[in-house]
Design a protein around this ligand. Structure first.
Ligand code: FUL
Length: 479
């Protein structure tokens, strides 16, 4: 009897030993991981974009750079109104076109004579960035700036001196308006007023951002903080890796192909997650004739699912009008959209419920660790394989939210969802990558037990959240 006990002991010890070995190997962090600033950026998830400037008054999308400063004269500019609406929409930050391609600066830059200072607005004493950054602080929103490298106004554009101008104007923004969470570099790049094209010293500009705003994320086709998602519809591919290879690519026309930007590179060398940009209207700037073409709350919700719900961030453009206010139609649709998101994800049916690993999937992980998946804390995590969520009683639901613990990298390639029905598991959905967040919708089911199987992964999967919802609104039909 003693001998048998001893043998069992040895086997248990061996299993434990190899299990630990497996765990140590499999649990090693993936090579490419986000910086703490990028993690904070991922949590920002959804923010508004404000395109505002001379184009607002000329009805153009790309100003020529020759527009007179006299044009810029909003009659009732109110950045608190912008921020109130942003908050109600559920946005966590805003980014404004401090300077678009026409070169007009929304702040009184010392390095340009084409600014708010030369305009009649507030007798040349105004500063839109000051008003907006102050309002953001009052409303608890993060603040970021878009500073177009392409400048159709500046006389030095197309010469080495323009790099000084850009560096100086960038420094004004980096040092004058408090903390910035993102700096946006548009890839559009044409000729200057002198017919010349510019070679940009992006390396120098990157260093300035690192020096003055180390927590700011730089957006461009190749990051380094986050990447363009490859379209202006606000969506990213269902398979979306946060990693990207940038060697041999530049910004703008020399950027990675759209398909790569949509998916990332599974084994990419750098953590450069996708940001999806889209406008609530057909154009980026305000045009009165588009007042009837504002995206509906349902359309915005669909975009949200295909951006935030696919592990990317969403930047939604809402152009202030000639008064300097967000138009009533945009405001109504945004507020309704915010309400929709709050209602949709208001009641997590999985919260605090039981989760158990399935044999062969995460079996070496203590069961109590699985509770971290249902604690509504995206920073507590468990290693998982296949696991079963027990909702305690039967519930109707049609949406699942999964979050990967991306602090140690993105690992999951594919997963499957089953429910327990009539004595057997029945598959109801499957998808590919997870990343920061995956929102998966499927036809409504009624069940008590849900099984999630990570069917393909680079390393031992680490999830931080599994949530279950019954979302009322129907998905928007594709056009
Ligand atoms: C594009 C620009 O050319 C558009 O005017 C707009 O600013 C959009 C966000 O990026 O590249």
């Amino acid at each position: 009897m003693k001998k048998i006990n001893c043998k069992i002991c040895t086997i248990v010890l061996l299993i434990n030993f190899f299990g630990q070995l497996l765990l140590a190997q499999a649990g090693a962090p993936a090579a490419v991981t986000p910086t703490p600033a990028q993690l904070a950026w991922h949590d920002t998830e959804f923010y508004l974009f404000f395109h505002f400037g001379p184009n607002t008054f000329t009805n153009l999308e790309w100003g020529h750079g020759t527009e007179t400063e006299e044009l810029f004269n909003p009659t009732a500019l109110d950045c608190d109104q912008w921020c109130r609406i942003a908050k109600q929409a559920g946005a966590r930050g805003v980014i404004i076109t401090a300077k678009h391609h026409d070169g007009f600066c929304l702040w009184p830059s010392k390095y340009s004579t084409h600014t708010v200072r030369e305009s009649p607005w507030k007798n040349g004493k105004g500063d839109v960035l000051r008003e907006l950054s102050d309002a953001c602080r009052r409303h608890g929103l993060k603040f970021g700036v878009y500073l177009s490298p392409w400048d159709r106004n500046h006389p030095q554009y197309g010469t080495a001196e323009y790099n000084d101008v850009y560096a100086n104007t960038l420094t004004e923004l980096l040092t004058g308006y408090g903390e910035l969470f993102e700096v946006w570099w548009d890839g559009a790049n044409g000729e200057g007023p002198n017919g010349k094209k510019q070679t940009y010293d992006f390396h120098r500009f990157e260093k300035l951002v690192a020096q003055y705003q180390p927590n700011a994320i730089i957006f461009s086709d190749i990051g380094p903080g986050c990447r363009w998602a490859g379209n202006e519809q606000g969506t990213v591919n269902e398979t979306n890796w946060c990693t990207l290879d940038t060697a041999s690519y530049g910004r703008g026309a020399t950027g990675p192909p759209a398909d790569t930007l949509q998916r990332g590179n599974e084994n990419g060398a750098h953590w450069i997650p996708a940001e999806c940009d889209v406008s609530i209207r057909p154009g980026w700037f305000y045009h009165p004739e588009e007042d009837t073409r504002v995206k509906t709350p349902e359309q915005l919700f669909d975009i949200y699912l295909k951006s935030v719900g696919r592990g990317a961030n969403l930047i939604l453009n809402v152009p202030p009008d000639r008064r300097g206010l967000i138009h009533e139609q945009d405001s109504a649709n945004l507020v309704a959209f915010g309400g929709k998101v709050r209602t949709a994800f208001g009641k997590n049916l999985a919260s605090g419920k039981k989760v158990k690993p399935e044999f062969g999937g995460g079996w070496y992980v203590p069961i109590r660790q699985f509770r971290r998946l249902v604690d509504n804390d995206a920073y507590s995590w468990s290693e998982t394989g296949s696991f079963v969520l027990n909702l305690r009683c039967k519930h109707r639901f049609n949406t699942l939210v999964l979050q990967e613990y991306i602090t140690t990298g993105q690992r999951v390639r594919a997963f499957r969802v089953d429910i327990w029905q009539a004595g057997a598991w029945k598959e109801i959905a499957r998808s590919t990558t997870i990343g920061h967040k995956k929102i998966l919708r499927f036809p409504e089911v009624k069940a008590k037990k849900v099984r999630i199987t990570i069917s393909d992964t680079k390393l031992t999967p680490r999830l931080s959240e599994v949530q279950v919802f019954q979302v009322k609104s129907e998905p928007v039909k594709q056009e």
